[in-house]
Design a binder for this molecule. Structure first.
Ligand SMILES: [Zn+2]
Length: 94
């Protein structure tokens, strides 16, 4: 179903009227009504722009929460016992 609207009047107070020619006109100002498309191009562009900003943010948040719940097992810090062994070997060489 195609909806009509007047681009000049407040959408709250608009009502349709049929002109003598048979096309719809605005009941308030008498201007020709404009067809209202189901999805406007502006809405699609706005949706893409908003998602391009929000999706990386959501992605990083999910990763942060996931890493805090079960932190990665790999320990990149040097093992303390291994450090002692290395120190002993170094002192023996000297
Ligand atoms: Zn109007």
């Amino acid at each position: 179903m195609v909806r009509y609207y007047c681009p000049y009047c407040n959408p709250k107070y608009q009502f349709q009227k049929k002109s003598s020619k048979g096309n719809f006109i605005c009941g308030l100002c008498g201007e020709d009504l404009v067809k209202k498309p189901f999805i406007r191009l502006n809405q699609i562009i706005a949706l893409v722009a908003a998602s391009s900003l929000l999706l990386p943010l959501i992605y990083t948040f999910i990763f942060l929460i996931k890493n805090q719940l079960n932190p990665p097992n790999k320990n990149y810090q040097a093992n303390s016992r291994l450090m002692i062994v290395i120190k002993d070997k170094l002192f023996k060489l000297n």
